[in-house]
Design a protein around this ligand. Structure first.
Ligand SMILES: [Mn+2]
Length: 352
């Protein structure tokens, strides 16, 4: 069977688990974009992990909401694979083999012992943390263990395939300590720490804080060193959102703009985006049921704007029942500012 996966840390941990349970004789490492564009020929017998679904595959494991497919209406489907919105695809693979290992089958005891060993439990926890971006400032500034190893794998450099295969084997067979002592892993870890130091200097030179936006203009810089993608947020902790402008590494004469939120200081990025794009409609609201007899509606600053500009006393003065009105939605404002009851009902519906 062939394993089709992504060469990021999650994809390689999937590889470490799958090669334990299935007979894998060849590998194909691809980036999700190529799958989405239909550029990958998937055939019967292929196992796909951490990538979008393909109808020709034999087994499929994934966790990205964008890859939801009607083929998978249950998290674990024996003989077909697994899909749920887990923190990592490796977590889904682990749950699948836990579920299908029937205790009375001879091989199952060994499989379950492997999956539930302390070493594998720790590896899965770290993979969840890494893939879901749940890193601490310390993980970013001073990466260690699996976090550091995860930074050495990057699907963009196709020449690295021998290294990815080595990582799969080490993750499957070796303790973390032994893996860190592997000469190639060691060399790459040292290199990544050096590069991160260079990246830190470049970011400090080319980044400015505009309000709560961390604006990095990296155009014209060749070979930007590698480093943790969250590094910029440890350098500019006050900012909520990063806007990065850089030369597109894959297309000549093209600028790539990317936006991300500060994982240590998140903002409502979706709202911030709409607010910037549609400033007027987002801050001017007609008050519902103002007074049916005299006028249709009334426009005014929203409660949050009043709160920000003039403080809470100013807000309570003309509107003594403001909290109740906001709760019931009897006030103008944007989503989240008002109509709390409706939001809570929606939340309850989503949870049930
Ligand atoms: Mn993943």
């Amino acid at each position: 069977m062939r394993l089709v996966t992504r060469a990021d840390f999650d994809g390689l941990v999937c590889g470490a688990l799958i090669t334990k349970f299935e007979d894998i004789d060849s590998y194909l490492f691809v980036e999700p974009k190529f799958m989405q564009d239909g550029l990958v020929e998937v055939r019967n017998g292929d196992i796909i992990a951490n990538l979008p679904y393909h109808p020709s595959c034999t087994l499929w494991f994934d966790h990205h909401i964008t890859n939801t497919t009607p083929q998978f209406d249950r998290p674990i489907m024996p003989g077909k694979g697994g899909f749920r919105l887990a923190p990592s695809a490796a977590r889904v693979v682990c749950e699948y083999y836990n579920e299908i290992s029937k205790p009375n089958e001879p091989a199952a005891a060994a499989h379950l012992a492997f999956l539930n060993s302390q070493r594998m439990k720790y590896l899965l926890e770290e993979t969840d943390k890494i893939d879901a971006g749940k890193l601490t400032r310390e993980d970013v500034l001073n990466p260690q263990g699996y976090v550091l190893i995860s930074m050495t794998t990057d699907g963009r450099n196709a020449g690295d395939e021998p290294y990815w295969l080595r990582v799969i084997e080490l993750l499957r067979e070796e303790t973390l300590e032994n893996m860190l002592n592997d000469s190639e892993v060691k060399r790459r870890c040292r290199q990544i720490l050096d590069e991160q130091e260079q990246l830190r200097k470049i970011l400090l030179q080319h980044t400015t804080l505009k309000g709560n936006v961390i604006y990095a203009d990296l155009r014209g810089i060749d070979n930007i060193p590698d480093g943790n993608r969250f590094l910029v947020f440890t350098l500019f902790p006050e900012g909520n959102i990063q806007v990065k402008v850089a030369d597109d590494t894959q297309r000549a004469n093209t600028t790539a703009i990317s936006v991300g939120y500060n994982i240590f200081n998140p903002a409502l990025i979706g709202r911030a985006f709409i607010l910037v794009s549609f400033a007027k409609p987002m801050t001017t609201y007609t008050q519902p049921v103002a007074n049916i007899m005299s006028m249709d509606a009334k426009t005014m600053a929203t409660p949050l704007s009043v709160l920000k500009e003039d403080g809470v006393a100013k807000l309570l003065e003309p509107y003594p029942n403001i909290y109740q009105d906001l709760l019931m939605g009897n006030r103008a404002g944007s989503l989240g500012e008002t109509a709390t009851v409706a939001l809570l009902l929606g939340a309850a519906f989503l949870m049930i």
